[in-house]
Write a protein that binds this ligand. Structure first.
Ligand code: PMP
Length: 428
């Protein structure tokens, strides 16, 4: 494969955009080389500016769960666009998508739409603080909740990839209110709660972290957090930006049968347009302006194009009961196939998977938290990434990200991916 046009476009981009990208993980800085510039995408495939074709396992970092240019979403956006792109007034479609979302998600009565996962998590924490009258929050090492200040403390995703889990620019004042805990270690969380009695507004987590690879919650960790929150008047906030409408209709809450107090969404909920949302029971949501005192707003929030895309996406997921099973079966098949060929070539690895989220770690130790995730062999990952890319398989250019499986993939695509993994493994 050649990447000439991507190289030229990247050089031009670097002159006017920091690092040539509008979000750091898109740069290939962690793996070396030039990021590929995509020209178009359809179903499970990406096509770059040099006319190379790839099977896509990033899927816009999650939203394209039914494939790229999914026709009902494309049609809905085109129809909405003809009527005007933004009004800054209420529209009927906002209520329609809100009704559908609160129906699909357990334990929530109301939802507010924003423009990104970052906004959703940032607003959820403000709401939790306003509702409880407490300041501190607990977050977990390696979890990523967007780039608002309170979360850039031992953050995952691009923040670990680029070596700044604690970003400069976040003040000491802000950092002191974010307490850090170890994922899957309930005793550690209990100790932190014990030593900050009466100060903790919420515990926020990705119920299945996907920003340090994919980490399954173990030993009823989520249930134990629920009990700890109940006993200490702390709100439990699930950041379901990745897991929402992906692991099940009702996300991780449904899959693990654990109720959170506030749930954050992004990615799938917008069908590929910029949408985030947060949802909770009435008593919490009614703390928000204009009903309650906690302020939160957005010029483009509930934008008609974004809502049209989101409604088409959620409707498809709601109507087709088999989608989540199909996704799970495809991901299991991929997991098994990749594991077999890596084993055949004697490559040490661990594959973590929950539903249609999966990650390959180049270490045979269990990967269950941030410390174990960073132990993987990064040089092997780099070689694996470039090998897969050269064989037409596009995975995230970082060892700390999840593969997002789309239901547009056929079993032939999965076999092609496993065959690519076989060839790459032979060369590692
Ligand atoms: N939470 C999680 C779990 C995420 O994975 C992300 C983005 N990868 C965010 C929040 C932030 O979302 P956004 O990039 O839309 O601001």
């Amino acid at each position: 494969m050649t990447y000439e046009r991507s190289s030229t476009l990247f050089k031009a981009a670097e002159q006017v955009i920091p690092g040539g990208v509008n979000s750091p993980v898109r740069a290939f800085k962690a793996v070396g080389g030039t990021p590929i510039f995509i020209n178009q995408a359809k179903g499970p495939y990406l096509f770059d500016e040099d006319n190379n074709k790839y099977i896509d396992y990033i899927n816009s970092w999650g939203p394209m769960i039914l494939g790229h240019a999914y026709q009902p979403v494309v049609d809905a956006v085109i129809e909405a666009t003809k009527k005007g792109t933004s009004f800054g007034t209420p529209t009927e479609i906002e209520t329609k998508i809100a009704e559908l979302a609160v129906n699909m998600v357990p334990n929530v009565d109301k939802i507010r739409f924003v423009n990104s996962g970052t906004e959703a998590c940032m607003s959820a924490v403000r709401l939790a603080r306003g509702f409880t009258g407490k300041d501190k929050i607990i977050k977990f090492e390696g979890c990523y909740h967007g780039h608002s200040d309170a979360f850039l403390i031992q953050a995952g995703s691009g923040a670990i990839t680029f070596g700044s889990p604690n970003s400069p620019g976040v003040t000491q004042g802000t950092a002191k209110d974010t307490l850090l805990a170890e994922f899957n270690n309930i005793d550690n969380v209990k100790q932190i709660v014990e030593s900050n009695k009466d100060d903790i507004a919420c515990i926020i987590l990705e119920p299945v972290p996907g920003n340090m690879g994919c980490i399954p919650p173990k030993n009823n960790f989520l249930q134990s957090l629920r009990a700890l929150c109940d006993a200490n008047n702390i709100l439990l906030v699930f950041d379901e930006v990745m897991t929402g409408f992906r692991l099940a209709k009702g996300g991780a809450q449904e899959l693990y049968n654990v109720n959170a107090d506030i749930v954050c969404f992004g990615k799938v909920i917008g069908g590929g347009l910029p949408v985030g949302a947060f949802a909770a029971r009435n008593e919490i949501m009614d703390y928000l302006a204009p009903v309650g005192p906690v302020y939160q707003a957005g010029t483009l929030s509930g934008n008609p194009l974004a809502m049209a895309a989101g409604l088409a996406m959620l409707s498809a997921l709601n109507d087709e009961a088999t989608i989540f099973n199909e996704l799970e079966e495809k991901t299991k098949y991929l997991h098994k196939g990749c594991s077999e060929v890596l084993t055949k070539h004697g490559i040490k690895h661990t594959i973590n998977r929950v539903g249609s989220m999966m990650s390959i770690h180049f270490s045979d130790d269990e990967v269950k938290d941030f410390q174990s995730a960073v132990k993987g062999n990064n040089d092997k990952f780099k070689a694996f990434f470039h090998g897969m890319l050269n064989h037409g398989v596009y995975i995230a250019p970082s060892a700390f990200e999840t593969w997002f499986i789309t239901n547009a993939l056929s079993y032939d695509d999965l076999d092609d991916t496993i065959a690519a993994c076989d060839k790459v493994a032979a060369s590692l």
